[in-house]
Design a protein around this ligand. Sequence first.
Ligand SMILES: [Fe+2]
Ligand SMILES: [Fe+2]
Length: 202
Amino acid sequence: MSLDSILSAVRGFYSRKDPGHDFSHAVRVRDTAMYIAAREGGNLEVIELAALLHDIGRESPLEKTHASSSASLAVTILEKYGYPEGVVSAVRHCIAVHSLEMGEPESIEARIVFDADKLDFTGAIGLARLFVVCGAETRPIYSGQNQSGTSGEEIFMHKIRHFPAKLYTRTARELLADNDKFALEFWQRLRRQVNISGNTET
Ligand SMILES: [Fe+2]
Ligand SMILES: [Fe+2]
């Protein structure tokens, strides 16, 4: 029952994911979640395990049902490595509700993992991940390109920009403010650039 065993077990699952949801994403979510937990409390073992395992069942970049498949896989792995029932069920809850569509995170641990995961879609790393998703799903980068599908710009403006209202912890909201400022400025600059180049194809 050591974290090293879990790390090597989950590394394999993440090696087959897109670069926006790979092992680095899990590690960033873990690090951000631990940063929030140091300020807001919660069981560190549960938070660390849940953050590392939260996306192991994901099959495609924007697929919505991966929270429950990840939760089931995580239970199997944690039971295999002999984690106590209390830890396994607390981790299962964190992972099962980490998606916006999957219900309300009830524990402090679940709220922290939820917030840390959303923060990884904000700021510079968030934009990089968004464009990876656009590439994987052949979506246009910005609106007005002659290409079908919801653009990265629309996903940002209609979903990611509204994350502040969804976050549960004060620390995450503080971290988000600066990330959000940068991302909004990025989109304003992109708009100026594509409008000047005449590259908007509407
Ligand atoms: Fe996820
Ligand atoms: Fe995630």
